[in-house]
Write a new protein. Structure first.
Length: 95
C-alpha cells in the first residue's frame, strides 16, 4: 500500500471534503492503483527518447494575421436593434 486511508481522510479534510467510510476506502484503493501504475511507468527505460508535450504532433492552428479594413460605423450600427447616435443602446442592467 502506497497510501493509507487516514492520509486520504486527512487530505479530504484539508480540501474541505466529506467522505463516507465506504468512499474513503474506495478512494484509497483507487489512489493506490494510480500510484502503483505510476511506479510501473517509472521503471520503463526511456533513455534516448526525446521529451514531448503531446502524443500526437501538433501544428499551429492559427490563421495568418492579415490586416483588413474594418466595418464602418454606419454599416456596424445598421445591424443594431436599437442605436442612439453613434452608439448601441442596451438594456439597463444595474438598478
Amino acid at each position: 500500500m502506497k497510501i493509507k486511508k487516514d492520509e486520504v481522510t486527512h487530505v479530504a479534510h484539508l480540501a474541505r471534503l466529506e467522505f463516507t467510510e465506504a468512499e474513503a476506502e474506495k478512494f484509497t484503493s483507487q489512489l493506490n492503483n494510480i500510484l502503483l501504475y505510476m511506479e510501473m511507468l517509472n521503471r520503463v527505460d526511456t533513455t534516448g527518447v526525446p521529451p514531448m508535450t503531446h502524443a500526437v504532433a501538433q501544428q499551429n492552428a492559427f490563421r495568418e494575421d492579415n490586416v483588413t479594413p474594418s466595418l464602418g460605423r454606419d454599416l456596424t450600427l445598421a445591424n443594431a436593434p436599437d442605436a442612439r447616435g453613434d452608439f448601441f443602446r442596451v438594456p439597463k442592467v444595474i438598478e
